[in-house]
Ligand binder design. Structure first.
Ligand code: CA
Length: 224
């Protein structure tokens, strides 16, 4: 899951990003409205945490522009306690939810989980399954029939993309964008290294699923 945090109070922005990263999200952070808007308009994110009062361009303007351009990324607005009108305006502009500052970590994470839950889908948020293979968020591990193996954060994030889009070829560019950021200079062979670690781990737990290479394109998770 890839999130964008747009918040000009640097300490708060960095704290938010740290909390989210510790909870397995990959996070890009912007401290001003213009850069935030440019990033939001890519449509690359699974969710955006958006402050309202920002230098350059305010959160409501960003939100309005996104919705006009049919960017449907879910948005959680950050509002100050006194900004009742902002909440109403925000929801009118197409925000999905809002969170009043100051907030506690537990509430933030619950709101973000609700925000990124796909519509109509009933899922146990702590796990993803494919062909008996389970990716467990709480333990950062992959399991099959009682065999379990721990994953590093990057391995977890790549597997989350694969298992969330099974039987589909995921282009390498898309994996890089989602996990390292779209201006990343990660070399393609870095991904190959992580994929080879994941293949070894799938073999270690004897899972009857494999990561197939689509030469020159990307990877897919399929039944063996
Ligand atoms: Ca602000």
């Amino acid at each position: 899951m890839k999130l964008l945090v747009v918040e000009d109070e640097m300490q708060l922005a960095d704290a938010l990003s740290e909390i989210l990263k510790r909870n397995m999200y990959s996070v890009d952070t912007c401290y001003d409205g213009i850069e935030g808007c440019d990033n939001a308009m890519t449509g690359l994110y699974d969710g955006i945490i958006l402050d309202i009062n920002l230098p350059g361009m305010n959160g409501l303007e960003i939100l309005r522009k996104m919705r006009q351009e049919k960017i449907s990324t879910p948005v959680l607005l950050l509002t100050a306690r006194s900004e009742i009108d902002d909440k109403i305006n925000g929801l009118d502009c197409g925000a999905d939810d809002y969170l009043t500052k100051p907030f506690v970590t537990g509430e933030l994470l619950a709101r973000v989980r609700a925000l990124t839950r796909r519509k109509g889908e009933i899922i146990d948020e702590s796990r993803l399954d494919f062909n008996g293979l389970t990716l467990n968020k709480n333990t950062c591990s992959l399991s099959w029939e009682g065999n379990e193996v721990k994953l590093s954060l990057k391995e977890y994030q790549i597997m989350e993309l694969l298992i969330g889009n099974p039987n589909q070829i995921l282009p390498k560019e898309r994996i890089i964008e989602k996990i390292w950021g779209y201006e990343s200079d990660v070399e393609y062979n870095n991904i190959e290294v992580y994929i080879s670690f994941l293949r070894k781990k799938l073999a270690a737990i004897s899972a009857p699923s494999q990561i197939k290479t689509a030469r020159g394109i990307g990877y897919s998770l399929v039944k063996e």
